[in-house]
Design a protein around this ligand. Sequence first.
Ligand code: GLA
Length: 376
Amino acid sequence: MYGTGSRVFRAPGRVNLIGEHTDYNDGFVMPAAIGFYTWVAAARRTDNILEIYSDHLDEKVTLCLDDLAGPPRSHWSDYIRGAAASLQDAGHKLSGANLAIHGEVPLGAGLSSSASLEVATALALASVSEVELPRLELVKLCQAAEHEYVGTRCGIMDQFVACFGVSGHALMLDCRSLDYELLAMSVDHSLVVCNSLVRHELASGEYNQRRADCEKGVKLLQAHLPGVGALRDVGIEELEGYRHLLPEQVYRRCRHVITENRRVQEAAKCLRSGDPVGFGQLMYQSHNSLRDDFEVSCKELDLLVEIASTSDGVYGARMTGGGFGGCTVNLVHASCIADFSSHIAKSYQQKTGIVLDVYVCEPAQGAGPWPPDGSQ
Ligand code: GLA
């Protein structure tokens, strides 16, 4: 479309197996990259202009590299503006570029289309500008892009797994140390993602509100537990002991995070020892906690989990991602995938009138140039 050659980069969406709303509490998460990618083709320009075309929206936007500052504009180009601005804010000198974007990650489904767009854009801009960027720095700059230019105070999970995901593996990440362990997923069962196609407005405001509740809990607990830097440091007995200090809602938010951190660690043990039944039970517990204590589920997601829980070959199910709509993730025995997919689609449609999207997801490879050997 620009009449020149280009370099191509891609970054995947993700599904989170367990560990929700724990990342910004210095806790544990267990996402996997999925085989839906955002693709960015980029060519260097000689001026300081970014010209960006989205084929999904058939829309072109022009940004000037000298004029990227400013609050969120509630437009898809905020992700591009944010990625470029964060690189520049960190002192990297960017050149202008023509970009063409093609996205496969379903939008607004809680599968992290945003992080995949930020990461693919940052890789492309760094490459055409001849900027060497260590992976971890890229992750952090993309997270900063989301905070400052999109307005969601997200944790680090999505950008991290978009960069460090490995095919066939889930990734257990310690969001404080940023150490991670790759956990092989057995081919005997698969991740089936059900997109409720429900998207609640105000989700970003609610997200920031949940984070603020957690921070309030930490602040109140710190008066008695000075060693606590984040909810990661609080044991469930300690929380119960100081329950009277916390407003009821803050207490429940904290209880979710603290119990969810424990579930992620238990779930990792189940994967290591090949125990899908145990893993599945933890998924259900996680869902209940997100529904009752953290209050980020919705009736459609609850319904999907309920249908899954009575379906053959399903070990476990839960909502995945930030919540307020989006998807559930189901751990399903390989031999039951087809039956489960048609059964849940049918039941969901009967009860809601909505035609479900079902994706069978194998854990995929993280972001990089395309083709991977750099022979473009
Ligand atoms: C969104 C955020 C993540 C994480 C999840 C909830 O996807 O981007 O950082 O907080 O919600 O687990």
